[in-house]
Write a new protein. Sequence first.
Length: 233
Amino acid sequence: MPAPAATPGLPPDPVPDDPSSAAPGRPSLPRRRFTSPELVDLTTAWRLEEQVAGSESTTHFWCDDRHGWMLRADLDQVLEPVLLPDALGASSFYRFVDLDAGVAADLLERLPADYLATERQNDGPSIGAVLRAVVAHPDRLRAHGYVVGPGRCDERVTVEGVLVRCDHEFAVGEHHCPGCQCDELYRFVAGLGVDDAAVPPHEVTPWWGWGLQDHPRTGAGTDTGHWYRLWWD
């Protein structure tokens, strides 16, 4: 069976999808969630990934072999409703686009204080600041980011930025231009509590509702506000 092509910017899968190609005595990594024909729930996928990561023949790079810490904190149960299908072909990697106040509150209870204070996407805001702001302003903010599961040494949940609902329209674009109101919009978001980033967001763009429009859980597609996405690289 030919090996799948690597996705640019992401490491290749450490274990092949084909169970028959796994080394003798080693558990095989499950197929990705939402991938036909095997629909694997997040808890099952993470448990099997942790088993593979704990194998004696698995090599660990720059990690303390704490694979599975999110399982032990029950983050699989918290994150399952908001994770999107893995469309990138990368093992143990899932995105979320509209993490709301209920999920944010659960994460604030389960994540360690030092993690909330220090985990961030490069120079972006800390995950703690974003989650607290989402809880404080459930009608205004959603968090977006990604999750790396127990199959990788960099297991974590990370926020890359926020979606914000405003009462009026802002003139924004991916690149600053004359009349751009990106700074004004960022000041508004900082006033909501997303205020500890080292630099302004790298992209500020309108958000037309993918992940929110007519969402059965959030209902965000039914409001008349203007949504914008702030993203830190």
